[in-house]
Design a protein around this ligand. Sequence first.
Ligand SMILES: *Cc1c(COP(=O)(O)O)cnc(C)c1O
Length: 393
Amino acid sequence: MENIIKKKFIRLSKSSISSLEKLAVEDVLDNEFLGMGPKVLEFEKMLTAFFGRKAICVSSGTSALHLALQAANIGSGDEVLVQSLTYVSSFQAISASGAIPIACDVDPKTLCLDWKDAEKKITTKTKAIMPVHYSGGVGSLNEIYKLAKKYKLRVIEDAAHAFGTEYLGKRVGGFGDISCFSFDGIKNITSGEGGCIVTDDQEVLRKASDARLLGVEKDSEKRYEGQRSWDFNVTLQGWRYHMSDIMAAIGIEQFKRFKDIKNKRKKFAKIYNQLFNESKKIISLSLNFDQVVPHIYVVLIECKTDREVIRSYLLDKGVQTGVHYQPNHTLTAFSSMNNIALDVTESIYPKLLTLPLHSDLVEDDIRYVADLLINCTKDGFFKDSNNAVKFDN
Ligand SMILES: *Cc1c(COP(=O)(O)O)cnc(C)c1O
């Protein structure tokens, strides 16, 4: 009766949690001090050493972006250039600051911000540009910094996907204006939820550091020692955006495991690339996985079959896939200020497909996924009655 063989299910993404994270969380629980304290300080020190400049930890990647914008004095009426093809987090962080997200197109080879399109959208109100390091690559980041210099714009990098990526010999976050990372459950490293802001700008650090704790001046320093401020002043709008010691404890253990996590992600992406190399139907992004640590593995499907038919077929075979992302300029909240056509984004969106990638996969999983996809994108596959008839379009 209980003879059911559990079918293997390959998840699109997931957290990779070892006994180390579990023990570290138990330690914090045993201490019965769960808020922002010495663990957050320890995690920040690790990150600061990693980037070679100061990192401050916050509650999420979204709050990192929001605080960075606020601390850079971007607010009401200002315009921020950002690619439409990003997680809704980038757009919401901009609008939370009071600024207007101006949707830009992407480079079809990297799906990163098209700086030429961004330049066309610069007005007297433009104050910042937010390049999104889509899937872990940074696109033409150098050109974006040149543009920012020419028009005196702040650059707030949405580096949520790019923890560990190197660009022109430097680590993302280790150079530039302000970089924001996410440690949500499925990112390159996780602290459960969480994020960080990395910059050299002392004023931004000061403001973001206070604003994450309701604007209470210098409260961070007290919290690191398990204290709090009783006698204080507040000079700016603040939020409850700090990181907790429970989160930091997870982050610290993940950071120690990062070398292994990074190598697996890179290796799997390289195998996908190799397997799709010959295919004219499955187009990989133009990324060098010696430098890029991929958060997601995205392909463009160039065949007549509807993407959702392919996705249902793969799901039926135990493979979960995703679509990154629904263009933000098409969402009700953002469409009124972005009543424009974005040719590349709109033509590419229906072809986007994200394949499973996380560090608990094995090479055979990657080959299995790639074989299924190569096979089902062959001409006439869904017309053949021996194949999944129910998916025939
Ligand atoms: C994950 C992510 C964020 C935000 O991070 P959270 O920690 O989930 O708030 C921002 N931008 C992009 C592109 C992301 O993928």
